[in-house]
Design a protein around this ligand. Structure first.
Ligand code: ATP
Ligand code: MG
Length: 352
């Protein structure tokens, strides 16, 4: 295992800056998720760490050793890292078990065959691939191939494990199961792991810390609870968990957002512009007019039944809409006038 540090890492493709001065320090045995929308530079960051590409500036330091900087880059095969690519590459002429054993044989040349077999058997069991061990990749579904790729990366017990969307081809159930599985394996082996995903639930379930990325930059780093409960920017609040954002101007301790005057109980806003974030499930609806602080009236524009909840879109006047997710017993027809309360303690002021 090793610490992984990115120090002022920059990378550009022509005019496009894909890593814009990334500073990040990943602890020994820590699992960090890089989370962000498509094209924000997650795969690029992983390829920089793995040594497939070299930074234009800055350095990548692993276990205290500089492996990449603008002058020299240690090639990937000399880094003791396992990487699963977004498009996992399996050997088509090898069975599942042979694919998994292959890397192990390469890396551990002197290892007795029995030991290789035992390790392969163990990882086949963990990834639920025993029944498929004699199949060829061409005889597997996309999700099964992905599990083989995962097994192959884990079996070599790397110092650093780099995973690029390892679960993207799995169906919802298997994906959920594999998320817990990855976390369980991590707790067992504690490889220093960098896990790239654009799925926030995946990041929440697996990560010690989440790194939220946006256009080649780090927006925020924190525990899953930190980034959800204490987003530091509008981008993070929207990306992690989804939220309503009301843009307004600070005026005497409240924010004037169009026709709405909102008091906040979290975050900080100086004079000037602010964005107030309030999660859809914190918005309270009633058939009676709402009263007191942060009480408004709105009109139901859309109602969606979600099975366990209801999802409402509300017209608040002045071109402002809000989403509210309510318990099932809050039944309000489209067109109804409703009382809307935004409990102050759930309103968070963010810088603009
Ligand atoms: N070799 C390359 N040459 C030119 N541009 C590239 C190259 N590789 C990546 N890019 C661009 O850099 C940006 C970041 O790409 P990257 O693959 O890191 O995104 P990502 O965050 O992994 O996205 P996704 O979630 O879609 O996989 C994109 O705009 C992409 O088109
Ligand atoms: Mg990618």
């Amino acid at each position: 295992m090793a610490t992984v540090e990115l120090q002022g890492v920059r990378k550009a493709y022509g005019a496009l800056t894909v890593a814009d001065g990334i500073d990040l320090s990943i602890g020994h045995g820590e699992l960090v998720c890089l989370l962000g929308p498509s094209g924000c530079g997650k795969t690029t960051a992983l390829r920089l760490i793995a040594g497939f590409i070299a930074p234009d500036a800055g350095a990548i330091v692993v276990g205290g050793r500089t492996l990449s900087d603008a002058r020299a880059t240690l090639p990937p095969e000399r880094r003791n890292m396992s990487m699963i690519f977004q498009s996992y590459a399996l050997w088509p002429h090898m069975t599942v078990a042979e694919n998994i054993a292959y890397g192990l044989r390469l890396r551990l040349r002197r290892q007795p065959a029995a030991e290789v077999a035992a390790k392969v058997a163990r990882i086949l069991a963990v990834t639920q691939l025993e029944a498929l061990r004699a199949r060829y990749p061409g005889e597997l579904s996309g999700g099964q191939q992905q599990r083989v790729a995962l097994a192959r990366a884990l079996v070599v017990e790397p110092e650093t494990l780099l995973l690029d969307e390892p679960l993207s081809n799995l169906d919802t159930n298997l994906r959920e199961e594999m998320r817990f599985e990855i976390r369980r394996l991590h707790d067992a082996f504690r490889y220093t792991t960098v896990y790239v995903t654009h799925d926030q639930l995946e990041a929440m379930t697996t990560a010690d810390r989440i790194v939220v990325m946006n256009t080649g930059r780090i927006e925020q780093v924190g525990s899953p609870e930190d980034v959800y409960l204490r987003p530091q920017s509008e981008f993070v609040a929207r990306f992690i968990g989804g939220t309503n954002i009301l843009h307004g101007t600070v005026d005497g301790g409240v924010a004037r957002c169009g026709p709405m005057t909102v008091a906040w109980g979290q975050g900080a806003a100086a004079a000037g512009q602010t964005a107030i974030s309030v999660r859809p499930h914190e918005v309270e609806l009633s058939t009676d007019p709402a009263e007191g602080e942060n009480a408004f009236s709105g009109t139901v524009m859309r109602h969606t039944y979600l099975g366990a909840q209801r999802d409402y879109l509300l017209d608040m006047g002045g071109d402002i809409t809000l989403r509210a997710v309510t318990p099932l017993d809050t039944v309000l027809p489209v067109g109804a006038a409703v009382g809307v309360r935004l409990p102050r303690r759930h309103c968070r002021a963010l810088p603009r």
